[in-house]
Design a protein around this ligand. Structure first.
Ligand SMILES: Nc1ncnc2c1ncn2[C@@H]1O[C@H](COP(=O)(O)OP(=O)(O)OP(=O)(O)O)[C@@H](O)[C@H]1O
Length: 349
């Protein structure tokens, strides 16, 4: 099974311009709000029509602007699952499945799917009689009932509370792993993307700025947008010099060989330390504020109007507990921080 997408569509503020191919993999589609994630899924599903381009499913064209080919959504064999279930309100759970199924034995197959998704006992209930979790389980069963050749998930679990979400997500992804069809998950949650998918694509204002294996994108994002999305909290302006890099907001030179003209450096908050370590660069910065969450102690250094640096230390680490009082005692004072040089990445755009 495979899907090939190469489409353009003029939107309100920019043109969606997306091109990718994938096989029986799970792709997380990440991007800021309004970057075109849902539009991409809708174009594949046939709910919106691209202005130009081609979409192929298993080598067969389902959309081609040149030939004016636009297979209707209901004939595309595309399964879509949204956050808001989209069940027919005036039909029972089982009827919601049967209406979307083709072929014989609909009762038997619908009950098997409801059973698989643990809602067989709710088969005769209407959507308003079900909990949010049960509704989403029925919606999953219905989507699989059409025997989709590609699965599109648009933040399907984001409306569920976290305990329920975890349970439903696990059941669903167990199924997806066995079903082995191209699957695209739109999510704002990088951890969910990492947990569920093998590949990651990042959209920024309608352009795919990164596409690759998840390990590669999470460890070496190619753009500032991707870096932010996969968890790099600290993005700093740099100037590439003959001997390395200059960080203007810290007035700091880093010696390091480089190829290319990099404009930004990124580092995760947990890769900056408050105590001396090997292979680290020492910089003195004025501490602006500090706080704690359930797991971490966090220090914030305001470097300029647009640049902050945050340092995050696990409370469970050996010095974790003492650090908050150390930081509180040093607000508005210069203290040393230590960059893990090996964890810095450099970006051109
Ligand atoms: N019918 C339309 N015609 C033109 N532009 C549209 C239409 N519907 C939405 N848009 C625009 O398309 C852009 C992409 O919207 P889309 O819903 O794909 O974003 P998204 O990345 O899924 O965002 P979010 O994460 O907030 O759901 C938005 O800027 C939106 O204003």
């Amino acid at each position: 099974m495979s899907i090939e997408v190469s489409i353009k569509k003029k939107l309100n503020d920019y043109t969606l311009n997306v091109e990718f191919n994938m096989g029986n993999e799970k792709l997380a589609l990440l991007g800021n709000s309004g970057s075109g994630k849902s539009m991409t899924l809708k174009a594949i599903a046939g709910v919106v029509r691209p202005d130009f381009g081609l979409i192929k499913l298993n080598g067969k064209e389902i959309f081609n602007s040149k030939g004016n080919l636009n297979i209707e959504s209901r004939f595309r064999k595309v399964g879509m699952l949204f956050q808001d279930y989209a069940l027919f309100p005036n039909m029972t759970a089982i009827d919601n499945l049967k209406i979307c199924m083709a072929g014989n034995d609909k009762d038997k197959r619908a009950m098997e799917l409801l059973n698989y998704f643990k809602v067989a006992d709710q088969y005769n209930r209407f959507p308003y009689e079900l909990s949010g979790g049960q509704r989403q389980r029925v919606a999953m069963a219905r989507m699989i009932g059409i025997e989709p050749e590609v699965i599109l998930l648009d933040e399907p679990f984001s409306a569920l509370d976290s305990n329920l979400k975890w349970e439903i997500e696990n059941d669903f992804y167990e199924f997806i792993n066995e079903y082995k069809k191209p699957t695209i998950l739109v999510t704002h949650n990088k951890d969910e993307a990492y947990r569920m998918c093998d590949k990651v694509a990042v959209l920024s204002k309608g352009e795919l700025v990164d596409f690759g294996d998840k390990e590669e994108i999470f460890n070496y994002p190619g753009t500032v947008d991707s870096a932010k999305i996969v968890g790099y909290k600290n993005i700093l302006n740099v100037k590439t010099e003959s001997e390395g890099f200059y960080f203007p907001s810290m007035n700091f030179h880093l010696k390091r060989k480089s190829k290319g003209n990099f404009k930004f450096a990124a580092i995760k908050s947990e890769d900056i330390y408050l105590e001396k370590r090997d292979n680290c660069e020492e910089v003195f910065l004025k501490l602006d504020s500090c706080f704690e969450d359930t797991q971490n102690i966090i220090g914030v250094f305001k470097l300029s109007n647009s640049e902050n640096l945050t340092v995050r230390v696990k409370k469970s680490s050996s010095k974790g507990k003492d650090l908050l009082s150390y930081l509180k005692g040093n607000i508005k004072k210069e203290i040393p921080i230590y960059f893990n040089k090996g964890k810095l990445i450099f970006l051109e755009s």
